[in-house]
Design a protein around this ligand. Structure first.
Ligand SMILES: NC(=O)C1=CN([C@@H]2O[C@H](COP(=O)(O)OP(=O)(O)OC[C@H]3O[C@@H](n4cnc5c(N)ncnc54)[C@H](OP(=O)(O)O)[C@@H]3O)[C@@H](O)[C@H]2O)C=CC1
Ligand SMILES: CC(=O)[C@@H](O)[C@H](O)COP(=O)(O)O
Ligand SMILES: [Mn+2]
Length: 386
């Protein structure tokens, strides 16, 4: 039996993780759950999975949950806030923590889980973008594996052969291109949040869906791949593949390309991270290769979608530049969703925040968090000046 804690259980990845848990009741058990503000959904999850330890973002919601469960035989320990996330991430009973929070809020609890020697099923890519060097060093120090959940990274992980690691030439991340792949600059300026939230192939949380539309998601994934697989940026390429059937590829030095194909269904990579090193049978819908109409590929256009180039630039610059990129992007996406800025302002705000940043090599987590806060404040100032 694997005992699991989930950070972000009410979100897209969190809910799909619980679906996978339901497929394997003899093998997976939920022992701790944490969520944000969706207290109704969280209450239902608590009643269904009966984790002993739970947490919500706000104290008032934790109190509300306590009241809802007052008459029940089931009485979990209820926490809240950042301390609550850390408590769930370090839950004594859990051997594996699924990090499914959205944004850099995942960084501190993930580090706490690593220090508590939990295996990490990592969906929260922003953790590795903001602090890739620190987090991968910490994982090595504590002998903890970072098991990829992100579909592209799961694909690469499955195409990497340990005996051939030296022969890897490059990683090829596929990108759908998002809903605006074929729009010109003038049309991009006019797109609304509702349009940006219509991903062509995947149903996901709001932040990552907007990131997919700007191609920032692929930029964050390039940085995530650099740290998960310990490769140089020169060895990571992005190719647009609008069908999202090939989830990524690994090119070897002899000219062989290994690709991972599957339905665009996050339960598959989530299950693999939970089952690893085993591969379990399931009844999920299968990819019918004979029914595919065609798989196509294009170069990404970084003129129309500059976020991808910004992420490569920040990644190559190193130090705290990726943390700045990530923080500014979180603020800009939030402002776009709130209707305060237009779609093209997102990469503009990220670029301007990076311009203001004085390069530093952060000494540790505290400094990374300080720089993250600084970048958020700078991005807000730029938005106010718009
Ligand atoms: N969705 C997908 O298919 C994929 C997602 N990812 C990555 O996985 C991560 C999660 O994405 P996704 O599931 O789409 O995101 P969602 O927005 O759907 O879910 C985010 C989760 O985090 C919780 N949360 C947010 N802020 C806080 C906080 N301050 N304290 C406690 N809980 C909080 C939310 O709680 P609540 O809703 O209760 O407020 C929710 O449970 C992201 O890093 C994303 O990039 C990677 C690949 C695919
Ligand atoms: C499902 C998943 O892993 C997402 O990160 C997805 O890849 C987003 O799609 P894009 O390829 O459009 O960024
Ligand atoms: Mn992905």
């Amino acid at each position: 039996m694997k005992y699991i804690a989930i950070l972000g259980s009410t979100g897209s990845i969190g809910r799909q993780t619980l679906e996978v848990v339901e497929l394997f009741p003899q093998r997976l058990k939920v022992v701790a759950l944490a969520a944000g503000r969706n207290r109704q959904a969280f209450l239902q999850q608590c009643l269904r999975y009966r984790p002993r330890l739970v947490s919500l973002e706000l104290a008032e919601d934790a109190k509300w949950l306590q009241e809802q469960l007052a008459g029940c035989a089931y009485r979990p320990a209820i926490h809240y806030g950042l301390d609550g996330l850390i408590t769930v991430a370090t839950c004594a009973e859990a051997s594996l923590v699924v990090t499914a929070l959205s944004g850099a809020v995942g960084l501190i609890p993930t580090c706490a889980a690593i220090k508590a020697r939990k295996q990490i099923a990592l969906a929260n890519k922003e953790t590795l973008v903001a602090a890739g060097q620190y987090v991968s060093g910490l994982a090595e120090q504590y002998g903890v594996s970072l098991l990829p959940v992100d579909s592209e990274h799961s694909a690469i992980w499955q195409c990497l052969q340990e005996e051939n690691r030296q022969a890897v030439q490059r990683l090829l991340l596929t990108a759908s291109g998002g809903p605006f792949r074929q729009l010109d600059q003038a049309a991009l300026k006019q797109v609304t949040p509702a349009m940006a939230l219509q991903h062509p192939n995947w149903s996901m949380g709001q932040k990552i869906t907007v990131d997919s539309a700007t191609l920032m998601n692929k930029g964050l994934e390039v940085i995530e791949a650099r740290w998960l697989f310990n490769v140089d940026y020169d060895q990571i390429d992005v190719v647009i593949h609008p069908q999202s059937i090939i989830h990524s590829m690994v090119e070897y030095g002899d000219g062989s390309l290994l690709a991972h194909l599957g339905m665009p269904d996050m339960r598959i990579p989530i299950q693999y991270a939970l089952s690893y090193p085993e591969r379990w049978f399931n009844q999920l819908p299968r990819l019918q290769v004979n029914r595919l109409k065609g798989l196509t590929f294009e170069e990404p256009d970084t003129e129309r979608f500059p976020a991808l180039a910004l992420a490569y630039q920040a990644g190559r610059q190193g130090g705290a530049a990726p943390a700045v990129l990530n923080a500014a992007n979180e603020v800009a996406v939030h402002a776009f969703l709130a209707g305060c800025i237009n779609f093209l302002d997102i990469p503009y705000i990220v670029a301007k925040t990076l311009d203001k940043y004085q390069p530093v090599n952060p000494a540790g987590l505290d400094e990374i968090i300080q720089i993250d806060s600084w970048a958020r404040a700078e991005a807000q100032k730029i938005i106010k000046r718009q």
